[in-house]
Design a protein around this ligand. Structure first.
Ligand code: ADP
Ligand code: MG
Length: 311
């Protein structure tokens, strides 16, 4: 391997620090112990410059944070606990070292909040843009992962937090209005929190029959639950929790990283978990359609969230 790659890996290794007893960076494979009675959860997400992030207005630390966030949010959506993260990087030769350092800083800060080590990865030069590929390894008690396929007719539908804020902030950023965006909104967009604790409480206490994280937008992610569970859904427009966001963005805007889940009609669902409000927004129906109730009118709700290959 060229010296630059070697020295970059050395740098990453020294910053990754303690791997808490697991065998991590420096060997051919990481060796991670899965807790007894548990099974592994594995998720991969890559973040590509100008598709998933922009270097122009997004701090490098936020890019690192959000790369890992996407994986942690997937682990949360299964009701799991994260164990380790892996990072494969392809970097253009001209990229300033400071960008890489800040990127790593953002990623490692979030990793330390969840006490997971950066346990390995791969490094290469990129002929074009930056690519950061994340693998998160987690665990869940055997047979207990909360799937997309468990929603049943009559279940109630819930969401954590509020929806639409991320796409509202993103739209303002794309218009070049960074200075006009309140700092708290920018912070929420750049450094969202994965709902890991909520996901595992919902799994442990048992009310969640199905779950997904809202990464592509409510309408699209709900359609994934409905497809996998072979059911339909009816949402109530005025119940959807949002702040200073129009209904369209709350329904279709992505990147909020909240959890969407279903629970049986009679189950007790807490109003708040980990200090985040839990809101009931509709119910699961037998007919395989998704509709939206606005006042007394019921209209069809098409999945209009983010999709990569849409023209
Ligand atoms: P190999 O030739 O076996 O792929 P490498 O020389 O690519 O090994 O990597 C050496 C060690 O550094 C391995 O343990 C690998 O997991 C780790 N590593 C390489 N790149 C990264 C990275 N971007 N982040 C974290 N660990 C990395
Ligand atoms: Mg390698």
């Amino acid at each position: 391997m060229p010296l630059a790659e070697k020295s970059l890996i050395r740098r990453i290794r020294s910053r990754a620090g303690n791997t808490r007893g697991i065998i991590g960076i420096g060997d051919d494979c990481a060796c991670v112990r899965i807790p007894p009675g548990h099974e592994a959860l594995i998720t991969t997400d890559f973040s590509l410059e100008d598709i998933h992030f922009r270097r122009k207005w997004q701090p490098a630390a936020s890019v690192g944070h959000r790369c890992l966030l996407r994986g942690l949010s997937d682990i949360a959506a299964m009701g799991g606990t994260p164990l380790a993260v892996f990072l494969s990087l392809a970097l253009p030769a001209k990229l300033p070292r400071r960008w890489v350092d800040e990127f790593l800083g953002g990623l490692l800060k979030l990793a330390s909040e969840f006490a997971i080590p950066l346990a390995g990865g791969d490094t290469s030069k990129s002929p074009g843009k930056i690519l950061a590929d994340i693998v998160v390894l987690g665990s869940v008690p055997k047979g207990k992962a909360v799937l997309r396929s468990g929603a049943r007719t009559g279940d109630r539908i819930f969401v954590t937090g509020t929806l639409g804020s991320a796409s509202t902030t993103l739209a303002a950023l794309l218009r070049g209005n960074k200075k006009k965006i309140p700092a708290s909104d920018l912070n929420r967009y750049f450094y969202p929190s994965p709902r890991v604790e909520i996901g595992s409480v919902l799994r442990e206490k048992g009310p969640a029959t199905s779950m997904i994280d809202v990464s592509d937008g409510l309408s699209t992610d709900l359609s994934h639950i409905c497809d996998e569970s072979k059911v339909g859904a009816e949402l109530i427009a005025e119940a959807i929790p949002r702040r200073n966001t129009d209904l369209r963005l709350a329904l279709h805007g992505g990147e909020d990283y909240e959890l969407l889940f279903t629970a049986p009609a009679k189950a007790t669902v807490p109003r708040r978990i980990a200090n985040i409000p839990i809101t009931e927004i509709g119910r699961i129906v037998r007919s395989r359609k998704i509709s939206l109730r606005i006042g007394s009118k019921l209209q069809k709700l098409a999945p209009e969230g983010w999709e990569h290959f849409r023209k």
